[in-house]
Design a protein around this ligand. Structure first.
Ligand code: SF4
Length: 292
C-alpha cells in the first residue's frame, strides 16, 4: 500500500557537477522522494534511482535544519533547483510545509532558486518568492498538454494545466521569472502540431518568458513497464504501436519531430519567447565562508 514515511536525511543539497545548460542549477534539492502526482510517464520510476515504491513518499523531516547548516558552507551562491526527481509541491507538502520553510531559509541566506513544478500550491509561497527575487526567483511549470481531460489521464495526481497556467500568470504578474517546461512529448498522445502550438500560445498568453522543449520521451525498465500498463488501461491498442516503432529503445522520438521543431521555434519567435533557461540565470556570487 502506498504510504507516507518520515526519514532523517544525512544531507540535502547535491552539487550539480557539470555546468547545467538545461536548468542553470548549481545545487539540487529534493525534500521528498516519490511523488503523489503519479504521472504515467515519470522517469523517476527507473531502477537507477532506487525508489522501490514510487507511490510512497519519503519525507525528509530534517530538511530545513540541514539546509540551515549547509547553506552557510557553500562557497558559491549558485542557483538551487528543486523538482527534477519529485515535485516539491506534492500533496504531502500541504501537511509538512517543508518546501515553504526551506524557501524562507533560502531567502534568509540570499540564494537564487529555480522551482520546477506541476502544482499551483507554489502560490502559497509567493511572498517568500518575492523576497528571493531580490536575487532571482524562477518558477517553471511543466505542461505536456493544455487539454485538462487528457492531462487527468497522463498526470492523474497533478493540478490541471489550466490551474498551472493561472498560477504562472499570477507569479509573472508579481515579477517572478516564469517559464514552461514542454517535456516529455509523448508519441501518439501529445505530439500533434495543434498540441505544441496550443502550449506555446498559452505560455505567451499567460506571461511566461520561455518554453524549454524536449521532443520525445525516455523509456526504460520499471518506467516502461508502468507506462505500458497504463497505456493498456487508458489507451487500448497504443502499446502495440510503441512496441512496433521503438522496441527496447531508451529515447523515443515522435515520427513528426522535424515538423514539430520547426513549428515550435517559429511560434516561439513570433511570440518573442525564449527557448532556453540560461538567458535568465543571474551570475553566481562567491560568499565569504566562516573561519570556524
Ligand atoms: S510531477 Fe514530476 S516527479 Fe512527480 S510524478 Fe510527475 S513527472 Fe514524476
Amino acid at each position: 500500500m502506498p504510504g507516507i514515511h518520515e526519514i532523517e536525511a544525512k544531507t540535502l543539497l547535491a552539487h550539480v557537477k557539470q555546468p547545467d545548460t538545461w536548468f542553470g542549477l548549481k545545487y539540487n534539492m529534493n525534500i521528498y522522494r516519490g511523488c503523489q502526482h503519479q504521472c504515467i510517464y515519470c522517469d523517476s520510476r527507473s531502477e537507477c534511482y532506487g525508489i522501490e515504491e514510487f507511490g510512497d513518499v519519503l519525507v525528509k523531516v530534517n530538511a530545513v535544519d540541514l539546509l540551515r547548516q549547509e547553506l552557510p558552507r557553500k562557497r558559491v551562491k549558485g542557483m538551487i533547483g528543486t523538482g527534477s526527481m519529485s515535485d516539491p509541491y506534492t500533496f504531502v507538502e500541504r501537511r509538512y510545509n517543508l518546501m515553504g520553510r526551506a524557501l524562507a531559509v533560502i531567502a534568509e541566506f540570499g540564494f537564487p532558486v529555480h522551482i520546477l513544478t506541476k502544482s499551483d500550491m507554489v502560490l502559497r509561497d509567493l511572498d517568500t518568492l518575492r523576497t528571493i527575487n531580490d536575487v532571482h526567483a524562477l518558477v517553471s511549470f511543466t505542461i505536456t498538454t493544455t487539454d485538462d481531460d487528457l492531462a487527468r489521464k497522463l498526470e492523474p495526481g497533478a493540478p490541471s494545466p489550466s490551474r498551472r497556467l493561472k498560477a504562472l500568470q499570477t507569479l509573472a504578474g508579481h515579477g517572478i521569472h516564469t517559464g514552461v517546461i514542454l517535456m516529455p512529448v509523448l508519441p501518439y498522445l501529445t505530439d500533434s502540431e495543434a498540441t505544441i502550438s496550443r502550449i506555446v500560445d498559452a505560455t505567451a498568453a499567460h506571461g511566461a518568458e520561455f518554453v524549454l522543449p524536449a521532443f520525445g520521451m525516455t523509456l526504460r525498465d520499471r518506467q516502461r513497464a508502468y507506462y505500458y500498463d497504463q497505456l493498456d488501461a487508458l489507451f487500448p491498442g497504443l502499446r502495440a504501436r510503441y512496441e512496433a516503432r521503438y522496441g527496447g529503445q531508451y529515447h523515443c522520438v515522435p515520427e513528426n519531430t522535424a515538423r514539430l521543431r520547426t513549428l515550435f521555434y517559429e511560434r516561439c519567435a513570433a511570440h518573442g519567447l525564449a527557448t532556453q533557461v540560461s538567458r535568465y540565470m543571474p551570475p553566481a556570487q562567491s560568499q565569504q565562508l566562516p573561519l570556524f
